[in-house]
Design a protein around this ligand. Structure first.
Ligand code: GUN
Length: 291
């Protein structure tokens, strides 16, 4: 078994980006600028957002954190998005999800101008990606694709089972794995909470991508010998032995599954850091377009 070391690969990717930023700045251009909107005080979102802002600093990006209380009105949030859409000093921005219940995420996502939608959530970007056109690919699936590429994982003709059908991960992941390019050309099955014979389907997977949001859902009896396992889950499980009162666990029972795999991503240190690096990659793409 070999680890798919997202922490190491994300470092590599960020270093490549940092070098490009240095050249850009040496030529007299301003560095790429990512803005992040955070609404409310969801603890996990706060952690992700601060990791994103920190990664901007490491790579030489400008970043802006726009933080709002949970009671912000949808109208005010949309107005903020309009301002960022127009702001020439901002290359790309994201609205961290989930949003409070009184705000309609779909309306918010559709308000972001597609050319600055570095999360790749806007229907224009999702649609273009589905058609194989130039588009922002959302950061988690994009990061996973980059990880598979850098480890030269064979994907052509393989059966890839994607567990989960969310708009952020499962949906785009399935589209990318069936694309007519590398990494891709897989035969893709999308399985989810309503799938019959889930275990039998997972057992057929040469590549299993778990994004179902349930701690240690994928057990060793669901995994084929020699499979490549990508664990997208970042679940907080109560743990009184830890100072912070919880531990992080993936959607895969790593301890027992790892022995059966050819490759597996750890949690933490697998997909999480790749997501952040890929967001910077998308912001870099947005910034290049103004050169
Ligand atoms: N919430 C969980 N993952 C993501 C992500 O990649 N982007 C945003 N904006 N919100 C998220």
């Amino acid at each position: 078994m070999e680890l798919l070391d997202g922490k190491a690969i994300s470092k590599q990717l960020k270093e490549e980006i940092r070098e490009e930023v240095a050249v850009m700045v040496a030529k007299g251009h301003r560095p790429p600028h990512l803005a992040v909107i955070l609404v409310g005080n969801n603890a996990a979102s706060e952690t992700y957002v601060s990791a994103k802002v920190k990664a901007c600093k490491t790579t030489g990006f400008e970043s802006s954190l726009l933080q709002f209380p949970p009671e912000i009105t949808q109208e005010m949030l949309l107005q903020t998005i309009d301002e960022l859409n127009e702001n020439e000093e901002v290359d790309g921005f994201i609205v961290q999800l989930p949003l409070p219940k009184h705000i309609d995420s779909k309306t918010v996502i559709e308000r972001v101008i597609p050319t600055k939608d570095v999360d790749g959530f806007h229907p224009i970007n999702v649609g273009k990606m589905a058609l194989g056109l130039d588009a922002f690919i959302s950061a988690t699936p994009g990061g996973i694709i980059e990880l598979l590429k850098r480890y030269e994982i064979q994907t052509e003709g393989k059966h890839c089972v994607v567990l989960g059908r969310s708009n952020i991960v499962g949906g785009p992941m399935a589209m990318l794995m069936r694309r007519n390019t590398y990494p891709g050309n897989s035969t893709v099955t999308v399985a989810h909470s309503r799938t019959n014979n889930l275990k039998e389907i997972c057992l057929q997977a040469d590549i299993l991508i778990a994004a179902i949001g349930k701690p240690e859902f994928v057990t060793a009896d669901m995994v084929k010998e020699g499979a490549v396992v990508v664990d997208v889950g970042i679940n907080r499980v109560d743990d009184s032995t830890r100072e912070r009162g919880y531990r992080l666990t993936g959607d895969v029972d790593f301890k027992n599954v790892a022995n059966k795999c050819s490759y597996i991503t750890p949690v933490p240190g697998g997909v999480g850091p790749m997501t952040i690096a890929y967001l910077l990659n998308n912001t870099m793409i947005a910034a290049r377009k103004r050169m």
